[in-house]
Write a protein that binds this ligand. Sequence first.
Ligand SMILES: Cc1cc2nc3c(=O)[nH]c(=O)nc-3n(C[C@H](O)[C@H](O)[C@H](O)COP(=O)(O)OP(=O)(O)OC[C@H]3O[C@@H](n4cnc5c(N)ncnc54)[C@H](O)[C@@H]3O)c2cc1C
Ligand code: SF4
Length: 508
Amino acid sequence: MVRLVLVLGDQLSEAIAALRQADPARDIVVMAEVMGEAGYIPHHPKKIALIFAAMRKFAARLERQGWTVAYTRLDDAQSSGTIVDELLRRAEEFGAKEVIATQPGEWRVIAELDAVPLTLRQLPDDRFVATQAEFAAWAKGRKQLRMEWFYRDMRRKTGLLMEGNQPAGGQWNFDQENRKPPPQGIDYKGPMRFTPDETVTGVLALVAARFANNFGSLDDFWFATDQEQARQHLAHWVRHGLPRFGDYQDAMMSGERFLYHAIVGLYLNIGLLEPMEVCQAVEDAWKSGDVPINAAEGFIRQIIGWREYVRGIYFLEGPEYTSRNLLEHKRDLPGLYWGGATRMRCMAQAVGQTREEAYAHHIQRLMVTGNFALLAGVDPAQVHGWYLAVYADAFEWVEAPNTIGMSQYADGGIVASKPYISSGNYINKMSDYCKDCAYQVKDKTGPDACPFNLLYWHFLDRHRGRFANNPRMANMYRTWDRMDGQKRETVLADASAFLEKLDAGAPV
Ligand SMILES: Cc1cc2nc3c(=O)[nH]c(=O)nc-3n(C[C@H](O)[C@H](O)[C@H](O)COP(=O)(O)OP(=O)(O)OC[C@H]3O[C@@H](n4cnc5c(N)ncnc54)[C@H](O)[C@@H]3O)c2cc1C
Ligand code: SF4
């Protein structure tokens, strides 16, 4: 009997588990662009366009290979609007009772598929280096789930950058070399750009018509939308961007949206690239002497370390992870995250390029937008909703542990051993933003004091009970306690005044 093979928009790989189990001669591949997925949060229009365009091209590729694909376009009149209802509609159409699926990367969709009144198997998504069971076994009995230890196991497992049992270059981690402040200029012109073809142009028109009110610009769409293009982009970056990736991984520069970053998250996360092919390309470049070890190791750690680790945490912690709020932060997400005016140059740069590109790099996400939300005490569920909506690479399994865990410390220290907070000092060291900012990064109080300075002490003061005994934060509290009492009061009063302005919706 005919079976349905569900392929979701972030599972666009011929090697995906469900397709491997299916038979092109008798099974029907079901793919659907539905409002249920495109509209449950206000995704950036470029993200929606990327996924729909890549889905259409992937469906056409499967058809060329002999598969029958039942594809629903967003504007198809018969569309029922959700994945589950599309499955039921197609089951009736083709007389199918059985569905083969690959497990989705979001608890919500897993639960929806579990409830489908058909025989539906969710196969493990094995596009990753570690299985969920392997991660759970690694985590079992450990007091602290340190990424670094997990990463070393993944190095041993994959053999990447290994010389026998030993790490290449004599050490596991070259992070100390990867924190250079911004360079004078960038000699890399950024990611490879692709002119929209007919399929992409059709999708862009659809998205422009349907999602015109979403935050984010659709102009100048240049993403790769199929495997060949994504591979060309990867080869281009390995050659031109990777050599300096490590050095300037944490740097931020006005007007430089991509620096030396790989811009591969969006392609990896929808299946156009595989993690091991990306890592092997990087290892090969190092072996040929084209890139230094700090660049190769720094990058491979992000993929087989951080990426795998956060996925492990997401599935280990369960569906309620996204509602954690250890610090009981309740403030609404300020309008400046949706493009409202701000005098803070760092925030304007990070949010502005997010609006234009559906992209900001890790330090912009963690130490600018994430840091500000944490210092200001914004409700982590709202912060999570924002990150999930605005980045082209955002899917819950990877976004939530980064936001709820690493950035907002809302999971109580599972991902981060201390909150990632900083005053303006750090941003000043790692960027060129502060020199052109309306605020003064050196001012600790007063009308022009950098808001990160005010809010940093306000955060430490209001969470003293929780963090004063954290050995990694003792220095911060010592500095605060050494400050003159009158000055401390002024800092806290200025911070409160700033927060009141923020709450009132006044430009800050
Ligand atoms: C608050 C917050 C939210 C984030 N949300 C997402 C998200 O929705 N999707 C996403 O893929 N990444 C997310 N990240 C991680 C990271 O910022 C992005 O992977 C990275 O910026 C993507 O850009 P790139 O491809 O140029 O990465 P590069 O800087 O060039 O790094 C290479 C790759 O390493 C992987 N990687 C690096 N850091 C991480 C990390 N912390 N967790 C998982 N993978 C990592 C990604 O696949 C990335 O593409 C988030 C980080 C923070 C702090
Ligand atoms: S002075 Fe403060 S607000 Fe302005 S760019 Fe620097 S860190 Fe950001």
